[in-house]
Write a protein that binds this ligand. Structure first.
Ligand code: IYR
Length: 221
């Protein structure tokens, strides 16, 4: 039987004023993040992507199963294949699958079936959720709260990329099954989303959006 092990928590308590300063600084920087749809082909060093992935991999997860896999793609041919397959799905979506109310909701964002950024941006991180794990002896290991865990990790990935000075786009071609096939992932992994990363194109524009106010998103009791 394995014995449970615990370590002393490393913790540096801060005075309230310092916490207030940091909370405000983080909030201000987080509010500067925008989802970008126009990317330049300016390269981004792999080490930055590695650090962002390691930050994402520090996310909490159900029973600490870490049920995520990040496939970082910079290979032009693979990016091209992803673009072609994604655009195929998107054409179906925009022309047939999407109900009118969904298209109406998307109209202010100016999206359509063309996804050039999948090829132009230097990096795509395809995030996979592992529906179950595999032990060293090849047996199935149950994972818990997979969607929640991978969602949290993806949020941390976006925050890490933004803090490193990278623009990001969360892209969710639907259905995403082609990504597992194209990237040779095992059956137990399900594609969660594609995070596009890079520098914005010169003259990139973003939709004029208003974020909800504190009183619209929070209730204090
Ligand atoms: N996957 C499509 C449609 C789309 C859906 C939502 I919800 C968005 O916030 C944005 C786009 C596309 O990527 O165009």
């Amino acid at each position: 039987m394995t014995e449970d092990r615990f370590d002393p928590l490393e913790w540096h308590a801060l005075p309230d004023e310092e916490m207030e300063r940091r909370a405000r600084a983080f909030r201000t920087e987080a509010a500067r993040r925008r989802t970008v749809r126009h990317f330049s082909d300016r390269p981004v060093p792999r080490s930055i992507i590695e650090d962002c992935i390691l930050a994402a991999g520090s996310a909490p997860s159900g029973a600490h199963r870490q049920p995520w896999r990040f496939v970082a793609v910079s290979d032009p041919q693979t990016k091209r294949r992803i673009r072609i397959a994604a655009e195929g799905e998107e054409e179906e979506f925009y022309e047939h699958r999407a109900p009118a109310d969904w298209l109406e909701a998307l109209a202010p964002l100016g999206t359509d079936a063309a996804k050039p950024f999948l090829e132009v941006a230097p990096w795509l991180i395809v995030v996979f959720a592992e529906s179950y794990g595999e032990s060293d002896s090849g047996e199935r290991v149950k994972n818990y709260y997979v969607q929640e865990s991978v969602g949290i990790a993806t949020g941390m990935l976006i925050a890490a990329a933004h803090s490193a000075g990278l623009a990001t786009l969360t892209h969710t071609p639907s259905p995403m099954r082609f990504l597992g096939t194209l990237l040779g992932r095992p059956d137990r992994e399900r594609a969660f989303l594609i995070l596009v990363l890079g520098h914005p194109a010169e003259g990139a524009v973003v939709p004029s959006l208003v974020r909800k106010r504190l009183e619209d998103i929070a209730t204090f009791i």
